[in-house]
Design a protein around this ligand. Structure first.
Ligand SMILES: Nc1ncnc2c1ncn2[C@@H]1O[C@H](COP(=O)(O)OP(=O)(O)OP(=O)(O)O)[C@@H](O)[C@H]1O
Ligand SMILES: [Mg+2]
Length: 316
């Protein structure tokens, strides 16, 4: 594998089984320094397992991971200091005050009072200032998530990994979080994100890996991923009652509010052919528009997961 010490993360042949479940089945890829990287996949794909192994919380059965060249097992102290992980699950001590929890976490990384101004800055950036002295158990779910984000960043790690940081949080926090992450990224921080909000990944991530059933299905730049599939959608609304011609029925990919969406292969199904077939069947069009595939279409195509992404945010 083309491993370079300049990579933020080098993941090499990682396998992990839980009993009979092969959560990771030989995962290898690199994340470059300074990248904004998306790790996507359906529920149970193995994303959190991989993140737990990177964070040193779970041991891989096989394979190695390097964080900026430091092995997460042999050189775990250095590796751990270089990453900040926002876990998917909200785990914290309910009796600590917000600011104390962050200061204690900083101390755990060997950072003393010099880290306090940064903690104060994060409290402002994440709109937590008013909760500074509140105890963790009194916070709402979204507020707790903000604290966990700050907690992962107390030691200013060069690599930040966020495991579904926006699951179940309001629009305002999502915006706050993304502008904060974009700011860190602009200053050179490597950001790795898992999310089921695919439009979020499409907007933010420079490169994306899609994993499914413990294997990497594809790893490409977001632009390549969006361009690699030679299909597009045609949405039509018929002006009169009538059955769709036999030849078009296999192309139907959805129906909504009286409109029919057809998935057209650019080579095999020219749009003109669709209009000809409709006219031949005596059907007139009231409305028509085309749509290019987005990340959600491509995700479904690659994972053959026809259920919607886990969180309603995937809805258009
Ligand atoms: N501690 C564990 N014990 C047993 N099985 C586990 C454990 N953690 C994960 N698994 C299993 O490993 C597989 C991968 O789970 P993982 O949590 O990594 O998926 P994920 O991609 O993060 O999914 P999601 O999108 O739902 O968060 C699943 O089949 C899961 O049930
Ligand atoms: Mg997960």
């Amino acid at each position: 594998m083309n491993t370079s010490s300049t990579d933020a993360l080098s993941i090499d042949g990682v396998r992990k089984a839980y009993g009979k479940v092969q959560a990771l089945d030989g995962v290898s890829f690199n994340i470059r320094r300074g990248e904004f990287f998306g790790l996507l996949g359906p529920n149970g794909a193995g994303k959190s397992t991989l993140i737990s192994i990177i964070a040193g919380l779970v041991r891989a059965d096989e394979g190695r991971i390097g964080v900026l060249g430091h092995d997460t097992v042999r050189d775990w102290r250095s590796a751990r200091r270089l990453i900040g992980v926002v876990p998917q699950e909200l785990v914290f001590d309910p009796f600590f005050k917000v600011v104390d929890m962050l200061r204690i976490q900083a101390g755990y990384y060997g950072c003393g009072r010099e880290s306090w101004p940064w903690i104060d800055e994060m409290l402002v950036k994440l709109d937590l200032e008013s909760k500074r002295n509140a105890s963790m158990r009194t916070l709402s779910g979204g507020m707790k998530r903000r604290v966990l984000i700050a907690q992962a960043l107390v030691h200013r790690p060069p690599v930040v990994i966020l495991d579904e940081p926006t699951a179940g949080v309001d629009v305002e926090l999502r915006r706050t979080l993304w502008s904060f992450m974009s700011e860190l990224h602009a200053k050179g921080t490597t950001v790795v994100l898992t999310t089921h909000y695919l439009e979020e990944a499409q907007d933010l991530c420079e490169r994306i890996a899609i994993i499914d059933k413990g294997k990497v299905r594809v790893i490409e730049t977001t632009a390549q991923l969006l361009n690699r599939h030679p299909f597009r959608f045609l949405r039509i609304k018929l002006a009169n009652e009538g059955a769709l011609p036999e030849s078009l029925r296999p192309l139907v990919s959805g129906e909504k509010n009286g409109s029919i969406e057809l998935r057209l292969d650019r080579e095999k199904h020219p749009i003109g052919g669709v209009f000809t077939a409709l006219r031949a069947a005596g059907l007139d069009l009231e409305d028509v528009h085309t749509r290019e595939p987005d990340l959600e279409d491509i995700f479904i195509e690659l994972t053959h997961d026809n259920s919607r992404p886990a969180v309603a945010g995937g809805a258009r």
